[in-house]
Design a protein around this ligand. Structure first.
Ligand code: PLP
Length: 432
């Protein structure tokens, strides 16, 4: 059912699904099936030739997953989405869909560690070079661009630095050259819509806030439908030259009758078909359950995190609080431009007592979970120097923004008094 509204609270509940036409069931059913009976041979042939869209095999598409895809596209203001088995699969596919051997991508240095590894090592081994640039100057993207640059990549609100990326500025540079900006918006769903600021593609780890309950690994790519791939045919050969893997289809032409969806259809019909990173229908269902309350949860995550940042800022044991509300200058201007005072739910801080204090603080927590995750409804904490960043040299840790006493909090939706009480007792126990 097409919904007129653009309000996320309503879309989160209604986009992509209303009720089952046969049973009247209101909750989306879990279509736990691998394959789908064709009406007849003509129907089967049409589906394979993309003359008609429909279900063939769950590796390539599933009705439960389809509801999730429609809902994500609606919430993001895009034209279509592709759900995948993890956020990692989403970022890999997002680039592999346009970059081939010998091509390059320019990416912000401020990335989730797993994405960094994928870009610096695995994609490199596959012949795709990722050039990392400091995002504080958008012109760095232009400087690293050459004729084989196929995409720009960044995260909206990367941790641990929590400095918001200049989406509109970099997207505009890319559009001069026919280069799409792909934005990982995992840490800021609802809070900002990168497509509205000129990004062409949005990537999510739905494992985090979107699923929201720490139950399901998943990812998604959302196509903004706002990028003219055809106009930049030389720059974007993957979408503009015959694809031998799909009987010579030129994607921008082959899917024209379906709308501006060449990018996302290609990702589904080639990469997902061949690499198989399909989301299970059950995980799609759980993610849909999460989305129903996403706008509501985000409000609470954000207000709790703001209160925590203010609380930590008053503690003598803490030398620095990392949260957009504590930033000044250009970083703060960006945070305000893109997040409009709702600065997300991640808060970092540095303990005066360094590494030992960080360790003690984590061990003393009673309510917060000590896990390598963000975006759960529960409050989470981690000490990067002894965990996620422990393989890096102290110098490399510092360059990513991790000092020995740095602690990252992903603030949940518990009662704020209980969150503050746990932080208070753990700070005391750390003797910091
Ligand atoms: N992007 C960001 C910003 C993340 O934080 C993560 C995971 O922590 C990922 C992508 C990868 O997602 P997944 O763990 O679902 O593969």
């Amino acid at each position: 059912m097409p919904l007129e509204t653009k309000n996320p609270e309503t879309l989160a509940l209604h986009a992509g699904w209303r009720a089952d036409p046969t049973t009247g069931a209101v909750a989306p059913p879990i279509y736990q099936t691998t394959s789908y009976q064709f009406h007849d041979t003509e129907h089967a042939a049409n589906l394979f030739a993309l003359k008609e869209l429909g279900n063939i095999y769950t590796r390539i598409g599933n009705p439960t997953t389809g509801i999730l895809e429609e809902r994500l596209a609606a919430l993001e203001g895009g034209v279509a989405a592709l759900a995948l088995s993890s956020g990692q699969a989403a970022s890999a596919f997002a680039l592999q869909n346009v970059a081939r051997v010998g091509d390059n991508v320019v990416s912000s240095t401020d990335l989730y560690g797993g994405t960094w590894n994928l870009f610096a090592n695995t994609l490199k081994d596959q012949g795709i070079e990722v050039r990392f640039v400091d995002p504080s100057d958008p012109e760095n993207f232009r400087r690293a661009t050459d004729e084989r640059t196929r995409a720009y990549y960044a995260e909206t609100l990367p941790n641990p630095k929590l400095v918001v990326f200049p989406i509109a500025e970099v997207a505009a540079i890319g559009r001069e050259y026919g280069i799409p900006l792909i934005v990982d918006n995992t840490a800021a769903p609802i809070l900002t819509k990168p497509l509205q600021h000129g990004a062409a593609i949005v990537v999510y780890s739905t494992t985090k806030y979107i699923g929201g309950h720490g139950t399901s690994i998943g990812g998604a790519i959302i196509d903004g439908g706002n990028f003219d791939w055809e106009k930049f045919a030389d720059r974007q050969p993957a979408l503009n030259t015959p694809d031998p893997s799909y009987h010579g289809a030129v994607w921008v032409e082959a899917v024209k009758p379906l709308g501006p969806v060449a990018y996302i259809i290609k990702a589904r019909t080639t990469l997902l078909r061949d690499l198989g990173s399909a989301l299970s229908p059950f995980n799609a269902f759980l993610t849909l359950q999460g989305i129903e309350t996403l706008p509501l949860r985000i409000e609470r995550h954000v207000s709790n995190a703001q209160t925590v940042a203010d609380f930590l800022g008053k503690r003598a044991e803490i030398t620095k609080v990392i949260h957009p509300s504590r930033q000044t200058g250009a970083a703060r201007e960006r945070a305000d431009k893109y997040l409009k005072g709702k600065y997300g739910a991640l808060v970092g801080f540095e303990l005066a007592g360094g590494l030992e204090a960080g360790r003690k603080f984590i061990d003393a927590l009673k309510l917060f979970y000590h896990v390598a995750n963000i975006g759960d409804a529960r409050s989470l904490a981690i000490h990067p120097a002894t965990t996620t960043h422990s393989q890096l040299s102290p110098e490399a840790q510092l360059s990513t923004g991790v000092t020995p006493g740095y602690v990252r909090l992903a603030i949940g939706i518990e009662h704020i008094d209980d969150i503050l009480a746990d932080l208070d007792q753990a700070l005391r126990a750390a003797g910091a």
